[in-house]
Design a protein around this ligand. Structure first.
Ligand code: AHG
Ligand code: MN
Ligand code: MN
Length: 331
């Protein structure tokens, strides 16, 4: 039986993947691991721990915060603050970024943007949810308080990105720009173990993921592509299968493994779509491109979009190269 490789061992083995980091990035990834294990524990017993349901507050998105949104946000922030490698964080659940003002954190080289709990609408119905994270090197001077400009960097500047999916098993999938690797949490030893080395998305697929309830409000090219997916064509094995979970992490993870396309486009109701560039689209685009897929707004590479705000939204098309290119040919 092949010896298991834990995430810690994997990170240390790959230490020289980023020459400029003398262990800080490794420790930062471990901060994420600690927080994800705490969140996983609550997610697994959410129905028992009085942690289901909504709070009475709304986040800046105007969305009612679920109790687990706030729980996850608090624990990830605490892990980053205590870890000392990040000088600041930005999160979906916080209107503004949070600069840590203790002396150790001010020396931190990195900032982290994250969606503490993605797919919140699925919490109470026991459907897979996740956490998404994106790590940048700060632009501001070491020893100072972080600034908003530390976050307003293009996705191409990310040094690492990834997600945790709290599903039938709990997995952590991440990239530092040298491919994508997946780790499954073994509860019996409390370690994430390498289970999906060097993940690559199939160049083609038969799954399309979109909330078709929005279709009437989309541009014609999107409508034409969904019609194309439904036309019978024995050769290309259409119609394809529609699969849409409503948790971006779960939809992307499935398509990453099986092949497919995920579409959350601009609509007449939401001119820039719904998903947020900083802590949803850029990290998922980094993963997707590193796995050999395509990540576009429909007009340009997601990771080339200028970042102008912490909660900026972008139209999002992610997936298998051939499927995305087919959609782009219709726009
Ligand atoms: P979050 O729960 O962090 O707000 O994210 C939800 C997002 C994303 O996970 C998912 O793909 C999308 O919202 C679903 O939106 P619709 O319900 O409008 O389809
Ligand atoms: Mn989300
Ligand atoms: Mn969220």
């Amino acid at each position: 039986m092949a010896r298991i490789k834990t995430l810690n061992e994997f990170i240390l083995d790959r230490q020289d993947d980023f020459p400029f980091a003398t262990g800080e990035l490794s420790r930062l990834l471990n901060d994420i691991v600690i927080a994800s294990k705490i969140v996983n524990r609550e997610v697994n017993k959410a129905g028992l721990a009085n942690i289901l349901g909504a709070t009475t507050n709304e986040n800046i998105q105007g969305e009612t915060q679920q109790k687990l949104d706030v729980y996850a946000d608090d624990h990830f922030i605490a892990a980053f603050k205590n870890g000392g490698e990040a000088c600041a964080i930005a999160s979906e659940e916080n209107d503004d970024f949070v600069a840590f003002d203790n002396e150790r954190s001010k020396q931190g080289k990195y900032v982290v943007a994250f969606d503490p709990l993605d797919g919140s609408s699925n919490i109470d119905v026991n459907v897979s949810i996740g956490t998404i994270f994106s790590i940048y090197r700060r632009k501001s001077d070491l020893g100072t308080l972080a600034t908003k400009e530390d976050f307003l960097q293009k996705g191409t500047e990310q040094v690492a990105a990834g997600y945790i999916i709290y599903g039938s098993s709990t997995m952590l999938v991440y990239t530092t720009g040298k491919g994508v690797n997946g780790f499954t949490l073994d509860p019996s030893i409390g370690e994430f173990c390498l289970s999906h080395p060097d993940m690559k998305i199939p160049v083609d697929g038969k799954i399309y993921s979109m909330n078709e309830g929005n279709l009437a409000f989309c541009e014609d090219g999107i409508k034409d592509y969904i019609t194309y997916c439904k036309e019978v064509d024995k050769e290309s094995k259409r119609p394809y299968s529609a699969r849409y979970i409503g948790s971006m992490v779960a939809d992307i993870h499935r398509n990453l493994i099986k092949g497919g396309i995920f579409i959350y486009p601009a609509t007449s109701k939401a001119k820039e779509g719904k998903l947020r560039l900083l802590y949803e689209c850029n990290p998922m685009a980094f993963i997707m491109e590193q796995a050999g897929g395509v990540a576009t707004t429909g007009k340009k590479r997601i990771m080339e979009v200028d970042s102008t705000g912490l909660h900026q939204r972008v139209p999002t098309i992610l997936g298998s190269k051939n499927m995305v290119n087919k959609l782009l040919s219709k726009l």
